[in-house]
Design a protein around this ligand. Structure first.
Ligand code: SAM
Length: 233
């Protein structure tokens, strides 16, 4: 199996969706299709069962959960439906600083959910606070300073726990994704950006070293990373 050199994280590779001038129709289609892709690969069902469900149940009051970098809002939609099926009352917030992503998310109708066009600093300045902060597929978009700022700010917004989920870089993940995504990719950036995402993403030991001792980095599902820390809001 040939392919790019995956021995080190390629932090300088730019994803098409991160270009402010990218094709808006393709970006829109990409954001809308994240729901299906995330359901297949992102492992949030497992993270919900093993991490979020016990946290929500332990609060014994409505939980406040923030998805930071919520894109088109699909992870909020999925988690909200899992929590509702368990009979939990949760107040969901999805926040994303990119107005193009916010527009897609804001068009969703999810009970007890709101979407804000904001980053962590804006939420902090607005006095927002949450029990749990999560993210999906944001970490690999960030450079070293951005990762530090994002993860520190996420702890400042959470009183209980922070959970950042992402891809784990690896050759098998790269080759399986390059073929498996083909049916879903037409009209979107999913194939190009997904493969670039894998090249930009960390291995567990790399992310653990980058985040430091306050964080635990595990692999909750194949080809996945989960970085967790206590909140300090
Ligand atoms: C690949 S998308 C993932 C969207 C969504 N979480 C999902 O899984 O469908 C990455 C998102 O992270 C957002 N993002 C990038 N840097 C961010 C930052 N520093 N803070 C919050 N969001 C950020 C982008 O605007 C983009 O919508």
């Amino acid at each position: 199996m040939l392919g790019p050199d995956l021995s080190a994280r390629d932090e300088h590779l730019v994803e098409l969706m991160d270009d402010p001038n990218c094709d808006p129709r393709r970006l829109d289609a990409t954001l809308r299709r994240f729901g299906l892709v995330n359901r297949l690969i992102s492992g949030w069902g497992t993270v919900y069962r093993h991490r979020l469900r016990p946290l929500i149940a332990g609060l014994e009051r409505p939980a406040r959960i923030l998805d930071l970098g919520s894109g088109g809002g699909d992870v909020v939609a999925r988690l909200a439906s899992l929590a509702a099926a368990d009979g939990f009352e949760v107040r969901w917030t999805g926040a994303d600083p990119d107005p193009r992503a916010h527009e897609v998310a804001a068009a969703r109708e999810i009970p007890n959910a709101r979407f804000l066009c904001a980053d962590a600093d804006a939420l902090h300045e607005a006095g927002e606070a949450f029990d749990v902060v999560i993210s999906n597929h944001v970490v690999h978009h960030l450079d070293t300073q951005g990762l530090h700022d994002f993860t520190e700010a996420s702890r400042d917004l959470a009183s209980h726990r922070v959970l950042h989920g992402d891809i784990a870089r690896g050759r098998l993940a790269y080759h399986l994704y390059s073929v498996g995504i083909l049916p879903l990719a037409p009209g979107t950036f999913l194939r190009t950006d997904g493969l670039r995402s894998i090249r930009r993403s960390h291995r567990p030991a790399e992310l653990s070293a980058a985040l430091g001792p306050d964080w635990s980095v595990t692999s909750p599902a194949p080809f996945r990373l989960l970085a967790e820390a206590d909140g300090r809001a």
